[in-house]
Design a protein around this ligand. Structure first.
Ligand code: HAM
Length: 426
């Protein structure tokens, strides 16, 4: 007898969601629908490494951001190099564009990606340490029409999964010509307020971040703070007016959010966030903006860029909040139930033929009774069950049962594939 204690099962790491059935098909549908929308807008897939040299994020995302200073999964690999699990996608895309000279061809370079990102945040509902995004980056053309297209595409992604309870907030963060002067003005204003020590430090390091402080007393104190949109240079103002004008033409609704601050340092000019009202504190379902200095900062050409990242985890929570299902709960279209050894052998061959013909199919395994096997067909969400016994097999027929209509007909085994193809496409 083995009297060693029974091993304890493991749990997923803290703050890391698993997506298992029946939630996983919803996850996949959201990610695939977003990705399909980016394809429709001419974006090509880029598959990025999940970890990169640490310096890429420090330089690309910004040392003063929470993401870089507090949330990175950084470790030394066995060769003594400092590497970091990617906290976001933009810096990695820029690194790849520069490394593979993609910016030397037709511009803009339009790339889309999907996958996990890692941030050591305090886990709570909708805030995970492994988060999933679908993102795009368009590099190399400073055209406000590209900003409008990017924003409209993100909006289309959310609408294409059926979401309606969200808002789009937009602003312009200015550029190298107007932001430094505005920043000084804001800093002067903030340093004249009776702020606590930590907030004062933030005002010195990154004054815009103070505008995003959610504490009511800070919001009250900063109610009259100077705001970027009132201090844009004529170029940035014109750029932003063109972007919003185009969005008006496309029928994309937005609200102007002059205090909008994003958690990453690379943004310039157009900046936007999608906020869902059914999600509580973690309401940002996606966001992005223009990042005109980033390529050069990472050692590439002076090229502009714009993109977004959509939160797949949060889009799923938003679907739940709006009580929308995006997958039909069906695992396969056809489910085989065979009684008797010869019938089971033949069923395996027929099921395989259906798959070759592009019809999703599964069958009951193990020696189960008819009732138990039919339950399997229900659980699989199949439209048709195929019932085959040794007697039917001798006569060359199989019973095709329509599980919704509760009708059954006998079909010659030789015609099964064409029969089902016809009925499934009807
Ligand atoms: P971000 O706003 O940091 O932007 O992330 C984009 C989206 O990812 C957020 O709106 C949110 O839905 C989701 N997200 C972020 N953190 C978490 C988390 N801890 N748990 C669950 N979901 C999360 C970026 O990452 C930029 N790279 C987007 C971009 C692309 N800007 C320009 N190009």
């Amino acid at each position: 007898m083995n009297d060693s204690p029974k091993p304890q099962p493991f749990s997923a790491p803290k703050g890391v969601p698993d997506y298992v059935p029946p939630a996983s098909p919803e996850f996949l549908t959201v990610r695939e629908t977003f990705t399909r929308q980016t394809r429709l807008a001419g974006y090509e897939h880029i598959e990025l490494p999940v970890f990169e040299e640490t310096g890429l994020f420090a330089r690309g995302v910004g040392e003063s951001t929470d993401v870089v200073s507090k949330e990175m999964y950084t470790f030394e690999d066995r060769g003594g190099r400092s590497v970091t699990l990617r906290p976001e996608g933009t810096a990695g895309v820029m690194r790849a564009v520069i490394e593979h000279n993609l910016d030397r061809g037709q511009l803009p370079v339009k790339l889309s990606y999907a996958g996990p990102f890692f941030r050591y945040e305090r886990p709570q509902a909708g805030r995970y340490r492994q988060l999933q995004q679908v993102g795009v980056e368009a590099v190399g053309v400073d055209d406000p029409a590209l900003d409008a297209e990017t924003v409209a595409l993100a909006d289309r992604c959310f609408r294409s999964i059926g979401l309606t309870g969200f808002r789009l907030e937009m602003t312009s963060l200015g550029d190298g010509a107007c932001r430094p002067a505005y920043r000084r003005k804001l800093q002067e204003f903030l340093l004249g307020l009776p702020l606590d020590e930590a907030t004062r430090e933030r005002a010195e390091l990154n004054p815009l971040r103070v505008l995003d402080d959610k504490r009511p007393e800070v919001q009250e104190m900063t109610a009259d703070a100077p705001l970027m949109p009132d201090h844009l240079c004529p170029d940035c103002r014109g750029h932003f007016e063109t972007v919003t004008g185009l969005l008006d033409d496309m029928g994309v609704t937005y609200t102007l959010a002059p205090r909008l601050v994003r958690g990453l340092d690379y943004y310039t000019r157009t900046c936007f966030e999608f906020v869902h009202d059914g999600l509580g504190a973690q309401s940002g379902i996606g966001g992005g903006g223009r990042y005109d200095g980033l390529m050069a900062q990472l050692g590439g050409q002076e090229l502009s860029g714009i993109g977004f990242g959509l939160g797949v985890d949060r889009a799923l929570l938003a679907l739940q909040a709006e009580k929308i299902r995006v997958s039909d709960g069906s695992r396969v279209a056809v489910y085989g139930v065979a009684m008797g050894a010869a019938a089971r052998r033949r069923m395996a061959v027929e099921i395989d033929r259906l798959r070759v013909a592009g019809i999703s199919a599964d069958m009951s395994f193990g020696a189960r009774g008819l009732k138990g096997a039919m339950k399997g067909a229900d659980r699989a969400g199949a439209r048709f069950a195929l019932v085959l016994g040794d007697r039917e097999l001798e006569s060359g027929m199989v019973a095709v049962k329509d599980l919704a209509a509760h009708e059954q007909i006998d079909v010659p085994l030789a015609e099964l594939v064409t029969h089902l193809q016809g009925r499934l496409s009807a």
